[in-house]
Design a binder for this molecule. Structure first.
Ligand code: ATP
Length: 245
């Protein structure tokens, strides 16, 4: 049972359809129901095109054309933050200005030293986005999201198209910053190893129209999720879910 005053992210999407260019209705989500406990890090894992981004867009309030309902976690703030594949930084603002612009005016002057420090951005605060590698731009996008102290953070494949070494460093930085500034996280990925490294639980989706195939709980503490442990977890996962991910 949830302690009083602690509300999970609750998702209950009965149906979401799109109309194709030819006028054909495409069933994307049907009977998609799951919960993410407050403060938990959950991954939505499913095949390409199954409706993961569509689900996040609904939860972010960007798409209201669906039937069903959802409830965001109740935190001290009602703020939502999101990080997408593209970092979307304003090119004419520095890293620091991009981060501060996400804050409401009365918090714009707040101390962000530890946030920049933890993400390894202290020396790049005055850089412009054009001076950043893709990996650094992703870190700036994470800094902007965490600066707002959101009650829920949506991540849509934030480490896609990075080389594996950079992506791995960023995954570890994400865990460090999230441990320092805990919030409820829902992250979309189709990378099983990434989900097993980061998540408390993995919500596995069927092909479109997506619904929940099952939930894989990770009880092993993150500090013990080394290469061998991840290989074992992949085997366990495939025993439970014999699907091509
Ligand atoms: N605006 C739209 N109009 C029509 N169809 C759309 C629209 N947006 C998404 N779709 C379709 O809905 C389905 C789900 O798309 P979505 O982007 O949510 O999948 P996904 O699971 O995030 O995919 P991927 O892992 O490849 O990013 C796809 O078939 C896609 O073509």
């Amino acid at each position: 049972m949830q302690p009083a005053g602690v509300a999970p992210l609750k998702v209950d999407i009965a149906e979401k359809t799109f109309r194709s260019a030819e006028g054909v209705m495409i069933d994307v989500l049907r009977g998609l129901s799951f919960e993410v406990r407050q403060g938990e890090f959950a991954c939505l894992l499913g095949p390409s095109g199954c409706g993961k981004t569509t689900t996040l867009r609904i939860l972010m309030g960007l798409d209201r054309d669906f039937s069903g309902r959802y409830q965001l976690p109740e935190g001290s703030s009602k703020r939502i933050a999101a990080v997408f594949q593209e970092p979307v930084l304003l090119p004419w603002r520095t890293v620091e200005q991009n981060v501060r612009l996400a804050l409401s005016p009365r918090f714009r002057g707040k101390d962000l030293d530890s946030l920049f420090e933890i993400l390894g951005l202290s020396a790049m605060r005055s850089f412009y986005p054009s001076e950043l590698s893709l990996g650094l731009a992703r870190r700036a996008a994470l800094a902007r999201a965490f600066a707002t102290e959101p009650s829920v953070l949506f991540l849509d494949e934030p480490f896609a198209s990075l080389d594996e070494r950079t992506a791995d460093r960023l995954r570890r930085l994400l865990i460090s910053v999230w441990a320092a500034r805990p919030t409820t996280v829902l992250m979309v990925t189709h990378n099983l190893r990434e989900a097993l490294l980061l998540a408390d639980r993995i919500i596995v989706l069927t092909p479109s129209p997506a619904q929940v195939l099952g939930v894989f709980d990770l009880r092993l503490s993150r500090e013990f999720r080394d290469t061998q442990a991840l290989d074992d977890l992949i085997l366990d996962f495939h025993k439970r879910f014999p699907i091509p991910v």
